[in-house]
Design a protein around this ligand. Sequence first.
Ligand SMILES: Cc1cc2nc3c(=O)[nH]c(=O)nc-3n(C[C@H](O)[C@H](O)[C@H](O)COP(=O)(O)OP(=O)(O)OC[C@H]3O[C@@H](n4cnc5c(N)ncnc54)[C@H](O)[C@@H]3O)c2cc1C
Length: 382
Amino acid sequence: MDFQLSEEQTLIRNMVHEFVEQHVRPMADEIDRNHRFPEESIAPMAELGLFGFNLPEQYGGSGIDSVAYAVASEEMAKVSASHAMIMGSQCTLTTPILVKYASDEIKERIIPKMIAGEALGCFCLTEPGAGCDAASQRTSAVRQGDSYVLNGSKMWITNAPQSKIFIVFAMTDFNKGVKGISAFLVERGAPGAEGLSTGHPEEKMGMGASHTTEVVLKNVVVPAANRLGAEGQGFKIAMETLDGGRGGGAAMATGLAQAALDSTVAYTKERVQFGRPIAANQGVQWMIADMATRIECARLMTHRAAAAKDSGLPCTKESAMAKLYATETAMYVTEKAVQLHGGLGYTRAFAVERLMREAKLTEIFEGTSEIQRIVIAGQVLR
Ligand SMILES: Cc1cc2nc3c(=O)[nH]c(=O)nc-3n(C[C@H](O)[C@H](O)[C@H](O)COP(=O)(O)OP(=O)(O)OC[C@H]3O[C@@H](n4cnc5c(N)ncnc54)[C@H](O)[C@@H]3O)c2cc1C
């Protein structure tokens, strides 16, 4: 058992660290406050290969593993979780589906553009009536000759306003329940896709620079060749994709927590009350010890889930446990960090207030904490 990062994973961590410190940190607060999508980050992220994780080299991907992705996502989230969200929607929720289920023609045409950052993608599963209960899809896909006609609406879709590539889950047979869900590729701008539209970004508590909107499909016609996998395979595709996505969410949460701890360590060593740094108080030290211990544990669980995925081992339980533990750790640590920054923690003087707002999302998206517990219990009690 090796607990060290490989040379390649260390290089990636250092590369992302340098990128976020130089390019992202100067804008991190501004883009969050103004709810501004960081358009200027997309090309440099693509140049660094940050949209090519886990993708075959034949399409221009890096072939780099999920542990490296987790390391990159953690580094990114330390500075801007919105950037980590943008990368995650592309790398863990969209391109993997195309690699596994799209035709060769689609892969050759689209994946290189996604890796180059010329086409962003989004994962359209959630609907107004299908949140935690993702199987309750109401969007329909009706076969007409060599095409399908899609109607319905999705909500909370990350990257939707900026996306050209939409992975849409829809019912091809309402009588079959969960086995009636299928997955489709909808390309914005393609003939027949005129009825696809995206709404205004939601006014969220945090992650302001990652846009989340409704996606409406009105008589959107896609060629049958755009169906991803077989009819009825959609729910399985969504769930296996989320197994991978959850590892990214866990890594993002670990990064948020680490950034909050780093800020807290520096602040409590410097802030003097009662004639000594507040870090000299045992009560404060114990809080910091608990924060640091939980972060180590979250990171280990995240890397273990990613390593299991890379080895082709089942990782449903491991990913769900990592996501649950890391995201609850992010909330625990960021809340303590705000507390230990005192009044300043409640202002925008330090990033900890933003980190706390960002951490809350990680307990909700890609399956809430309650859903992770349902998944884990299902695996443990089998
Ligand atoms: C910023 C953001 C980005 C997102 N990005 C995407 C995206 O890119 N693509 C996408 O498809 N979706 C996305 N989502 C949607 C997200 O996955 C859902 O919000 C989430 O699955 C919860 O669904 P819901 O909001 O409808 O909550 P609900 O399902 O209404 O749940 C409300 C509460 O009830 C609890 N609950 C529900 N059922 C149970 C149960 N059986 N037992 C115990 N507790 C239960 C939940 O855990 C939660 O606490 C995003 C959401 C947000 C906020």
